[in-house]
Design a protein around this ligand. Structure first.
Ligand SMILES: *Cc1c(COP(=O)(O)O)cnc(C)c1O
Length: 692
C-alpha cells in the first residue's frame, strides 16, 4: 500500500533534485572545469529550484482553498527560527550584526545566505493570498507586474540603473532588501503560478520546458555578456519555463513521498554547515587541494556530508503508529458542524446550543469536538465531571463549561481555578459547596419528575435558600426530561407536566426577586420533539453526533448526519471445510466450505460481545458480511464466503458507510439491547482516531 502511495510522487521527488541544485548554487561544482559551464549550471539551470519550492507551496495551499495558510505559515516560521538558531554560531563567529540589522535580516533578508527563502515565502504567501481574492487573472497580472519590477533590480539592473527614476527607486528598495527576490517582487508570482496549477499534455510540457530552458540559457548568457546583472535570480523566461516544468511534474504526480519532502528541507537547511565543516576539515587534515579546490570533489563532499546529516536527523524523528493501522474511529467534523446548525435552527431566537461533550464527547473525542464547535461560535459546553471540565479548559475551550454531575465540595477550589460551573444536585450539595468558602458559579438542578438530581420543583423555599447562599452565584436553573423522546400520549403528558413544573418554579424565583439566570430543559429528545422553548440554552448530546438514542428515524428526518465511523482491518483470511469449527467454544460450525476473515477489533475495543451472536455484520469492500462465532477480546470472525475478493489488510466497517452500504450505530445498539449513547461512549481508549 505504501509502495502504491509513493509511486510517481513526482512533486515530492523533484524537491530532492531542487535541493541538490541549491547546493550547486552554493558550491559551484563546475567552476574548476570552466566559468561558462558553472554559470550555466548555477546561475541559469539551478535558478529553477526556489521557484519550484514556491510553486509547490502555492499549489497545495490553493488545493486547500488557502484554508491551511495559517498552519503553513506557522510551520514555515518555526522552521525558519530553527534555521536561525542553527546558524547563530556562524553569525557570531562572523562578528554578528547590530540590533537594527538583526531585525532587518530576520524580517527581510534571512540571517544567513540561504535563509532568505523563509521570510520571502512568508511575505509572499500573505501577498499571494490577498491577491488571490481578486480572482486568478487579476492576481496573476499584478504578481507578474511585481515580478517585472523586480527584474529591474536583479538581472536587468544594468539597464534599469541607467535610467534616473528607476535607479533611485531600486536604491530605496535595497535599503530594506538586499535583492529584489527578497521582498514582494519574486515569491508572489511563483506561489500564484503554483496555485493556478496549469496542466498541459506531457508532450507539450516537455517541449515547452526544453525550449524555455534554451531561451533562459540564451537570456542568461546575453545578460552576462552585457554585464547587466546585479544578481541572477530572475529572468524574463524563468516564470514561463517554470509553468511548463510544473505542468510536466503535475502530469507525473500521484500520491506523496513525505520522506523526500523532509529530506529536501533538511538538505536545504543543513548544507551551509556542511560547507563550513568540509572546508574546515579539509584544512585541518591538509586535503584542501583535493576537497576544496577540485570543485566537483568539493561538491560531492558537501552533498555527501549533508545527506548523511539529513538522514541521521530524519532517523531521530519520533515515529508513531498510524491511528488507522488496526482499529479506528473516523470523526467527520463537517457532519458535526452541520448537525449543530440543524439543531440551532430548531431553537427559539436567543436560545443557545449547549454542546454536551461528556464521556469524551460520547466517544467522539471531546477536545476535537468542542474545538470545532467553538471555532463555529459555540460558547457553552456541558460535561459530566470535574476532570472532563479541566480537560476541556486545557484543550483551549473558553466560555461556559457546566458540570452536570456531582462534584464533592472538597473540589471547590478546582472548580474556581478552572472557571467551571457546577450543577447543584440538591440543597445539601449546595450547602456543602457554599460551606467550602470559595465563590462558585452554579446552575441549580430542579427535579421535575425524573427523580435523579435536583431540588424538587415545588420546594421553592429550598430554591430561595440556595439562591441566598453567599458563595453560590446562580447563573442558571435547569431540569432534565426523562420521556421526551417517547411517542406514547402518556409520555407526552408527562413531559408537559415536567415543563409546567419547571416554568412554575422559574416564574416563582423571578416573582420573588431571585434571578434564575439562563434556564434550560431540553436535551436532544426535547430539541427534536418539542416546540422551541423560551430558554437560554438547549443541551444537545446524542443528536449533535447525528444519531438517535434508540432509532434513527428522528435524526434522519431532521437531516442529521452521523459523525462517527468505526473501522478495523482484515487480519487474515482462512478456509474451513464443511464440518470444521472455529473460535472459543468452537462456537462457529461451518455448514459449507467457508472463507473466514478475522477482523482486528474485539470487545476490549468497546463492541458488545454478544453482537456476533445477535446478527451483527460488517462491511468489507462494499459488501455486507455476517459476524460468526464468539467475539474475542481483540478479534472477531466474519464469514466472507460470499465476498470472494476479501483480502488481508482490507478495511472492515463496523459503523459507517462503505460503498453504497451503511451500518448505523442505532442498528448495532438495538441488536444488543442497548442505546447508541452506551455503545459510542464505551468505545475503547486503544482505538485510533482519525479526524476529518
Ligand atoms: C447527558 C445529558 C444531556 C444530553 O442528553 P442527550 O439526550 O444525549 O442530548 C443533557 N442533560 C443532562 C442533564 C444530561 O445528563
Amino acid at each position: 500500500m505504501s509502495a502504491a502511495r509513493s509511486k510517481g510522487a513526482a512533486l515530492d521527488r523533484f524537491r530532492l533534485l531542487a535541493a541538490v541544485l541549491v547546493v550547486c548554487i552554493h558550491t559551484s561544482p563546475l567552476s574548476s572545469i570552466g566559468g561558462g559551464w558553472d554559470f550555466w549550471l548555477t546561475r541559469v539551470l539551478a535558478r529553477a529550484a526556489v521557484p519550484f519550492f514556491l510553486m509547490v507551496s502555492g499549489y497545495f495551499l490553493a488545493r486547500s482553498e488557502w484554508k491551511s495558510t495559517g498552519r503553513f505559515l506557522k510551520k514555515t516560521a518555526l522552521t525558519y527560527l530553527a534555521g536561525v538558531a542553527l546558524y547563530l554560531p556562524l553569525n557570531l563567529y562572523n562578528g554578528g550584526y547590530g540590533p537594527l540589522e538583526w531585525v532587518r535580516k530576520l524580517l527581510a533578508e534571512g540571517t544567513l545566505y540561504h535563509l532568505w527563502y523563509f521570510p520571502a515565502v512568508i511575505l509572499g504567501v500573505f501577498i499571494a493570498r490577498g491577491l488571490s481574492r481578486l480572482g486568478q487573472p487579476a492576481a496573476l497580472a499584478i504578481a507578474a507586474l511585481l515580478y517585472l519590477i523586480g527584474l529591474g533590480g536583479d538581472s536587468y539592473y544594468g539597464l534599469a540603473s541607467s535610467l534616473p527614476g528607476p535607479a533611485a527607486f531600486y536604491q530605496a528598495v535595497f535599503v530594506l532588501f538586499g535583492y529584489t527576490r527578497n521582498g514582494l517582487f519574486f515569491a508572489p508570482l511563483f506561489l500564484l503560478l503554483g496555485a493556478a496549477g496549469k496542466r498541459w499534455s506531457q508532450a507539450v510540457s516537455l517541449t515547452g520546458t526544453a525550449l524555455l530552458l534554451a531561451a533562459m540559457t540564451a537570456e542568461g548568457f546575453l545578460l552576462r555578456a552585457l554585464d547587466w546583472q546585479r544578481h541572477d535570480s530572475m529572468y524574463l523566461t524563468l516564470p514561463l519555463c517554470m509553468i511548463f516544468l510544473f505542468s510536466l511534474l503535475l502530469g507525473q504526480n500521484s500520491g506523496e513521498d513525505k520522506r523526500a519532502r523532509r529530506l529536501s528541507l533538511l538538505i536545504y537547511l543543513l548544507h551551509p554547515w556542511s560547507i563550513v565543516l568540509v572546508r574546515g576539515g579539509a584544512k585541518a587534515v591538509g586535503l584542501g587541494a583535493l576537497l576544496v579546490e577540485k570543485s566537483v570533489v568539493h561538491f560531492f563532499a558537501v552533498l555527501g556530508l549533508t545527506l548523511a546529516l539529513a538522514l541521521a536527523l530524519d532517523a531521530l524523528r519520533p515515529i508513531r503508529p498510524s491511528p488507522a493501522a488496526r482499529a479506528w474511529k473516523e470523526i467527520d467534523l463537517e457532519a458535526l458542524k452541520h448537525n449543530a446548525e440543524v439543531l440551532r435552527s430548531r431553537l427559539a431566537p436567543g436560545c443557545k446550543l449547549m454542546a454536551v461533550v461528556k464521556a469524551d464527547g460520547y466517544g467522539h473525542g471531546a477536545a476535537a469536538v468542542a474545538r470545532r464547535l467553538q471555532k463555529d461560535g459555540a460558547d457553552a459546553f456541558a460535561v459530566a465531571c470535574l476532570p472532563e471540565g479541566i480537560a476541556l479548559r486545557r484543550a483551549g475551550i473558553r466560555g461556559l463549561i457546566l458540570i452536570l454531575g456531582y462534584t464533592p465540595a472538597e473540589e471547590a477550589p478546582l472548580l474556581r481555578r478552572w472557571r467551571l460551573t457546577q450543577a447543584v444536585a440538591d440543597e445539601d450539595h449546595g450547602a456543602a459547596l457554599n460551606a467550602a468558602g470559595v465563590p462558585l458559579h452554579v446552575h441549580l438542578a430542579i427535579d421535575t419528575g425524573m427523580r435523579r438530581l435536583g431540588v424538587p420543583a415545588e420546594d421553592t423555599a429550598a430554591l430561595a435558600r440556595l439562591c441566598g447562599m453567599k458563595n453560590l452565584r446562580v447563573d442558571g436553573v435547569f431540569s432534565h426530561l426523562c420521556v421526551s423522546d417517547a411517542p406514547e400520549p402518556s409520555a407526552k403528558d408527562y413531559t408537559q407536566g415536567q415543563l409546567a413544573r419547571f416554568y412554575r418554579a422559574v416564574d416563582w424565583l423571578r416573582e420573588n426577586g431571585y434571578d434564575p439566570g439562563g434556564v434550560h430543559i431540553q436535551a436532544s429528545g426535547g430539541i427534536l420533539g418539542l416546540s422551541p422553548q423560551p430558554c437560554a440554552y438547549a443541551r444537545a448530546g446524542i443528536a449533535l453526533y447525528g444519531v438517535g438514542s434508540e432509532g434513527a428515524a428522528d435524526s434522519v428526518e431532521a437531516g442529521l448526519r452521523p459523525v462517527l465511523s468505526l473501522r478495523a482491518r482484515v487480519a487474515c483470511v482462512r478456509r474451513l471445510r464443511a464440518g470444521e469449527a472455529a473460535g472459543y467454544g468452537l462456537a462457529f460450525q461451518a455448514r459449507r466450505d467457508t472463507r473466514l476473515a478475522v477482523a482486528s477489533i474485539g470487545y476490549a475495543d468497546g463492541l458488545p460481545r454478544e453482537l456476533a451472536q445477535r446478527g451483527g455484520r460488517v462491511l468489507i469492500r462494499g459488501q455486507s458480511c455476517p459476524m460468526v462465532g464468539r467475539m474475542c477480546m481483540d478479534q472477531l470472525f466474519v464469514d466472507v464466503t460470499d465476498a470472494p475478493d476479501v483480502r488481508t489488510g482490507d478495511m472492515v466497517t463496523l459503523i459507517g458507510q462503505d460503498g453504497g452500504l451503511t451500518i448505523r450505530a442505532e442498528e448495532v445498539s438495538r441488536r444488543c439491547g442497548t442505546i447508541t449513547n452506551e455503545l459510542l461512549s464505551r468505545l475503547g481508549r486503544r482505538i485510533g482516531q482519525v479526524v476529518r
